[in-house]
Design a protein around this ligand. Structure first.
Ligand code: NAD
Length: 411
């Protein structure tokens, strides 16, 4: 499939993806995850199965297929990310994963980054909302309801970095000096930050399309284009061009409507540092964000902290053009709690909720959200969410999942 679909082609591709999950018995590959993966995966799977069974009266069922990555893969196969795992995600077009240990000093920089890059999952989607009852460091966490689209394949994550004093860095430095008269200190490491029109357009197109589909009225392009003009600044410019060329019937930029969009989606841009202030001061003004990889990394963690939860922030890595996707817990392996039946499975469970919604299994997704809202509101939570609440009962990982399953069965 072409790398650069138009808006209409993209909508068609998304519809076809949904159709491909229109089976009652899909196979979904999963990676259990390292560290607390042994606790949170089995708990999450019970919640997923309960939601599907309740929503579809046992007419639908997921065939869970375990695939290996991380420490478990290394122990069994001496590889951190076996080709067979990528092949399964590729074949079934979908997957879900727990957290993975980043090997130190191995041949692979990060397994997560490798999965995203090898499957070309160009969107990292992070929905960020508050659950009533969660303690937060901010006053009005209920004002946060943001879907953040982070570019997932390039920027400084492209891994184009050379080490200080290496032969390659000397060669590059000499080239930059002779060809561009760029004077870079000799004792520098050098990294390259590629931002392409292709990758920027497909990311921003996905965000705009999501806004249209979900009836959102506000899209912000977040960038640092005042300093990095030909990378981040270009990201902004390509975004505005896209609005004009492909979305003019449904969206308009601030400049073109003087802040009066009428019925259309208002698209504006915000410089990344100002954005980090504004999400604290007036988060209710943001609905959908489209941003580059590194900005997205910082902003999504800042927003997750704002709503009180590393343990409950989900994520999805998606290629909307070919439909492939891998959903994932956004926290790490929390090795201190591994095997203690203590960690919060919420991030993985909500990643499953995103996955069901992506598949068009909205009824199952809805049950998961409602059950999570109920348990958290009633104070039936794991240790991390019980902290700072005097009305909460601290549950184990397993018991938290049981409480969600009971809610689901009772709805
Ligand atoms: P971490 O997310 O594992 O832990 C940070 C803090 O959050 C710790 O205090 C931890 O106990 C707590 N925490 C994390 N998840 C929790 C949960 N579900 N419930 C309750 N508390 C939770 O981050 P780290 O310590 O920087 O990294 C540990 C390992 O995880 C490293 O190998 C790192 O590379 C890896 N990592 C993986 C991912 C991923 O797979 N997506 C993301 C981040 C880090």
């Amino acid at each position: 499939m072409s790398e650069n679909l138009s808006r209409n082609e993209l909508i068609e591709a998304i519809k076809n993806t949904r159709k491909s999950f229109d089976t009652d018995n899909p196979t979904i590959p999963f990676i259990e995850g390292d560290g607390i993966g042994v606790d949170i995966w089995p708990a999450s799977q019970k919640v997923f199965d309960a939601a599907v069974s309740k929503a579809y009266s046992n007419n639908r069922r997921i065939n869970w297929l375990e695939v290996l990555a991380g420490q478990k893969a290394y122990d069994f196969t001496s590889e951190w990310l076996p080709e067979a795992t990528l092949d399964s995600f590729d074949e079934y077009g979908i997957g879900i994963k727990g957290p993975l240990t980043t090997p130190v000093g191995g041949g692979i920089r990060s397994i997560n980054v490798s999965i995203r890059q090898k499957l070309d999952l160009y969107v990292c989607l992070r929905p960020i909302r508050w659950f009533q009852g969660v303690e937060t460091p901010t006053k009005n966490p209920g004002d946060v309801n943001i879907s953040l689209f982070r570019e997932n394949t390039e920027d400084v994550y492209a891994g184009k970095e050379l080490e200080m004093n290496s032969e390659q860095v000397k060669k590059l430095n000499n080239f930059l000096k002779s060809e561009f008269s760029w004077d870079i200190r000799e004792d520098s490491g050098i990294g390259i930050k590629p931002i392409s029109k292709t990758a920027s357009e497909r990311l921003i197109r996905s965000a705009l399309n999501y806004a249209v589909e979900n009836n959102k009225k506000n899209v912000a392009i977040v960038h640092k284009g005042n300093i990095m003009k030909f990378t981040e600044g270009a990201f902004r410019a390509w975004g505005y061009d896209l609005v004009k060329n492909e979305f003019s019937d449904v969206a308009v930029s601030w400049e073109d409507c003087n802040g009066q969009p009428g019925d259309k989606i208002l698209v504006q841009d915000v410089i990344a540092d100002a954005f980090l202030q504004q999400i604290l001061i007036k988060p209710q003004e943001f609905e959908v964000i489209a941003t580059t990889n590194l900005n997205g990394d910082y902003a999504s963690d800042a927003l997750a902290a704002q709503i009180g939860g590393i343990g409950i922030s989900p994520g999805g890595n998606i290629n909307y053009e070919n439909g492939k996707s891998v959903f994932e817990a956004t926290h790490g392996t929390a090795p201190k709690y591994a095997g203690h039946n203590k960690a919060n499975p919420g991030s993985l469970i909500l990643s499953g909720e995103m996955m069901f919604r992506y598949m068009g299994w909205n009824e199952a997704a809805e049950l998961i959200i409602k059950s999570m809202e109920k348990s958290i509101f009633e104070g039936n939570v794991t240790y991390d969410l019980a902290r700072g609440r005097n009305d909460a009962t601290t549950l184990s990982t397993e018991d938290f999942a049981k409480s969600l399953v009971e809610n689901i069965e009772g709805f």
